[in-house]
Design a protein. Structure first.
Length: 166
């Protein structure tokens, strides 16, 4: 019934997103967080296998509309403002002038927040007061999910630190 694990041994759990090892005679676990967002885009499909941590989301490619005005290109840029207390953000779209075609390639898929550019799929800066909320740039908008930290190991009691989710 009980297993003995040596230093550095991997401990298998029934949760594929959990990576646990024996370290200094203690159970050390790291939770992999998937960049999953709700709602996903129209015509997107989700595939997740039982032994797989993160689902695979497939979405069809979309054309980016480009407006021209006196040799300047204008592309839609999402301006993101967090909305409390839900786990989503509100985005408004404005047009930003782009002088160079290399800049255009950077903004076709991505988000700009507080003067920083985040590529499509990248984790973006979140609200420090919400350590369990993870936000990602998905298709020129941010989407946030609440991280779940549920692991039941018999005989173990979790110790939570302030400002840290898990």
């Amino acid at each position: 019934m009980f297993n003995h694990y040596g230093e550095g041994d991997r401990i298998l759990t029934n949760e594929p997103c959990l990576n646990c090892t024996c370290h200094n005679s203690m159970l050390m676990c790291y939770l992999r967080v998937c960049p999953f967002t709700k709602p996903i885009g129209q015509d997107c499909t989700i595939e997740k296998k039982p032994d797989q941590c993160c689902p695979v989301i497939s979405c069809p490619e979309e054309d980016v509309r480009i407006h021209t005005d006196q040799k300047k290109l204008l592309v839609p840029v999402s301006l993101v403002t967090p909305s409390a207390p839900s786990s989503t953000t509100q985005a408004t779209t404005s047009l930003a002038p782009i002088e160079d075609s290399t800049d255009l390639a950077l903004l076709e898929r991505g988000c700009e927040m507080n003067g920083k550019y985040f590529s499509d799929g990248a984790q973006v800066d979140g609200d420090p007061s919400k350590p369990c909320e993870l936000c990602y740039c998905i298709r020129n908008r941010t989407a946030c999910v609440m991280q779940e930290c549920i692991l039941h190991v018999e005989g173990c009691e979790p110790i939570f630190q302030p400002g840290v989710c898990c």
